[in-house]
Design a protein around this ligand. Structure first.
Ligand code: ADP
Ligand code: MG
Length: 682
């Protein structure tokens, strides 16, 4: 027997090189492997005779090899191997392209099980590149429901499948965390059954049931964790703030707050004066003015003798916040400071000394704020900006630096209300659904490849006017299979052949953090004309001088994500544009993208996304910054998640879990899911 924590390198066929590839999929242990769920299935259970085979309808059939495979060398890089097979009903020619080695394994006179589809019918039956195996071997690639796994370059589905099968044979699947009563009530498979069935289902129904179990389970763990955090916090008493005069701050603003901002500020004020700890999420579209809401919260904290901290996901963003906020608050007597990782050691030490001595009222910074070296003397409010780059864990880490700390989380990802309640079960939610007056919408266009010359001319025109341009690509490296534009290759093409006279920069998620910061910094200082990037620029880049956003293969992104990307332009005074490029001709896809051209309301777009793509997208780690949801991509409905939440909240409230084996297993899973955040749960 093996354990779930054993490294996958213990499996047959997985050496250091393969292990590295698995690592790219975040798979290190047998447990990780068992939680690497198929993204779909191919039903290869249907057996037919050769004469029953249909064009474009793959099926399995048994047939005997009628001759020795013959290979013709067509031209450089193209070999074609042909072989005849037959059963009692008909004869069929199989064609293998560049698969001589595979095809040569077919032995004259022997019978095999094949899986494939007929293509074309012009010259009789014809089949290209079928898979096959011996009828005596246990079903591997034929006669079964085949799991189709998420992969990475160099790793085939077969390799993953074999590794998973070995792991299933060697160790027990993860422990049961759902009490039987709940499983029965909601019709949920037991853990053991489900972990086997999801990788090797006997029927498509069983696969569905297994998927439902995984979604239910994962969401149950997540939502039980949130329920615990919520109950931990609502039981903490705290002195209400008494000094709640916002006038000096409001009078110092060069504008009046929108009514949505006002509402959020009031909600915050009432939390802070309520006698328990605030834990509030402010959701507002890009540009809805969240910074001022944060300023108001910080103001109230400082007026009541607390220190406040604002944590931003990048140095650039921290610097920007600091510039805005210190300009506003310093004249009002609030002592502000900026603390980031790139300060000199001496400066950092001095700042930390002043924070600990209580000589700074409001600290703005990055992760540096949460490191162990930073101490506050009376931290009372923690604000995190762009929630979806911060884990629940980091939020908890910062809150631990003070006693009974109020937290305010700001997110620029509009999320439909129903979903927000599921995702942020531990938070109260304020919504900024209004933009400050006078904000101009970003003109958005959907175009095909034929517009390329015009797009290039437009980029050139913006650059000539001294503006900057973002070009977003879905992939980092060239991916032939999907024909996606890769950021790296596209940046090179643009620089070398299209815009040799412009300064083209490249930014992608696989770069080191410091390198990313350096490039973003340089671009925001105007040291580049065109920034080719992956979605890493989704958050945290504020370049008011950028007026054009080109999004390649736009159909590959969710609407909310496109909207988020689009929010990177239109931040200055100049008219701004967004061009969505797509070769996709699917009417539904086009309708989706056109919806984006027609509206700039993030909440409306999010609702649309939820309707069209389901909730999985919102939980993808990319957008949510929540713990990694393994089952998020399984394509499940809201209903299952709601049921899991309902069940978990009841289970936690009943406190029965404390006594039960499943409850203990659940606690371990919660701790692992929120890794680092355990201390806030009791
Ligand atoms: P968010 O963080 O929500 O994307 P910001 O707080 O950065 O938005 O605000 C965007 C811009 O709008 C800033 O330049 C800010 O000064 C301005 N702004 C904020 N609130 C108002 C308001 N009520 N009226 C006019 N301008 C505002
Ligand atoms: Mg902001």
């Amino acid at each position: 027997m093996a354990r779930l924590t054993d490294p996958i390198s213990m499996l047959r066929g997985i050496g250091p090189a393969k292990a590295k590839l698995f690592e790219q999929l975040n798979i290190r242990t047998l447990g990780d492997l068992l939680c690497h769920f198929p993204r779909g299935y191919q039903d290869r259970t249907k057996m037919v005779t050769v004469s029953q085979l249909q064009a474009d309808e793959p099926a399995c059939f048994r047939a005997t090899v009628m001759n020795t495979p013959r290979t013709a060398h067509i031209r450089k890089g193209l070999d074609l191997t042909r072989v005849q097979v037959a059963d009692h009903s008909a004869r069929l020619t199989l064609t293998f392209f560049n698969r001589k080695f595979t095809a040569d394994q077919l032995q004259y006179g022997k019978e095999y099980v094949f899986y494939g589809a007929l293509s074309g019918d012009f010259s009789g039956y014809q089949m290209t590149n079928p898979v096959f195996e011996s009828p005596d071997a246990p079903p591997g690639a034929t006669r079964r429901i085949l799991p189709v796994y998420p992969l990475t370059a160099g790793l085939t589905n077969g390799v993953v499948q074999k590794a998973v099968a070995q792991a299933l044979a060697l160790c027990d699947p993860p422990e049961e965390i759902l009490p039987e009563r709940i499983r029965q009530q909601y019709g949920i498979l037991p853990a053991e059954t489900a972990y086997r069935a999801i990788h090797d289902p006997q029927s498509m129904e069983e696969a569905e049931q297994a998927k439902r179990r995984m979604v239910f389970e994962e969401f149950f763990v997540f939502s039980a964790g949130l329920a615990m955090m919520r109950s931990a916090r609502t039981s903490v008493q705290r002195m209400p703030y008494e000094n709640t005069n916002l006038r000096p701050l409001l009078d110092a603003l060069p504008f009046t707050l929108t009514s949505a901002q006002m509402r959020a500020v009031e909600e915050i004020r009432s939390d802070l004066c309520g006698g328990t700890v605030m834990n509030r999420l402010v959701q507002g579209d890009v540009g809805s003015g969240k910074t001022m809401v944060a300023a108001a919260a910080a103001w109230l904290a400082v007026q009541n003798g607390d220190q406040a901290a604002l944590m931003a996901p990048t140095e650039i963003l921290a610097e920007q916040h600091y510039a805005t906020l210190s300009k506003l608050l310093t004249p009002l007597g609030v002592r502000t400071a900026l603390l980031t990782g790139s300060l000199k050691t001496g400066e950092k030490r001095e700042l930390r000394r002043r924070l600990a001595a209580g000589q700074i009222d409001f600290a703005v910074g990055t992760h540096a704020l949460v490191t162990d070296a930073t101490d506050f003397s009376r931290l009372g409010l923690v604000i995190t900006d762009e929630q979806h780059r911060f884990g629940v864990a980091q939020r908890a880490a910062l809150a631990k630096k003070g006693r009974d700390v109020h937290t305010l989380v700001m997110s620029a990802t509009p999320i439909p209300r129903t979903l927000a309640m599921l995702m942020y079960g531990d938070l109260d939610v304020s919504i900024l659904d209004e933009l400050p007056p006078g904000r101009q919408a970003v003109d958005t266009f959907l175009v095909g490849e034929s517009y390329r010359p015009r797009i290039n001319a437009f980029i050139r025109k913006q650059a000539a006017e001294g503006h900057q341009c973002f070009v977003v690509c879905p992939a980092v490296e060239e991916n032939e299979e999907l024909d996606l534009r890769s950021a790296a290759a596209w940046a090179e093409t643009l620089q070398k052949t299209v815009f040799p006279d412009l300064r083209v920069m490249l930014l992608h998620g696989q770069m080191k953090a410091g390198e990313k910061e350096r490039i973003m910094g340089a671009f925001s200082r105007g040291e580049g004309d065109v920034l080719v990037a992956t979605t890493v620029i989704e958050v945290g880049v504020d370049v008011p001088n950028a007026t054009l956003m080109v999004i390649e293969d736009a159909d590959r992104f969710g609407l909310s994500q496109l909207h988020q990307l689009r929010g990177r332009v239109g931040r200055g005074d100049s008219k701004s544009y967004c061009i969505l490029v797509s070769h996709n001709r699917n009417p539904e896809t086009l309708a989706r993208l056109k919806a984006l051209c027609a509206t700039s309301d993030g909440f409306q777009i999010a609702e649309e996304d939820l309707k069209m793509r389901g909730p999985g997208d919102f939980f993808g780690s990319r957008q949510s910054g929540l713990p990694a949801f393994r089952a998020a991509d399984l394509g499940f409905g809201l209903q299952t998640m709601k049921e899991a939440q309902e069940a978990s909240v009841r289970w936690i409230d009943s406190r029965e879990y404390v006594q039960s084996r499943e409850g203990q297993a659940l606690l371990k899973r919660i701790a692992a899911l929120f890794a680092g955040g355990e201390a806030t749960m009791n």
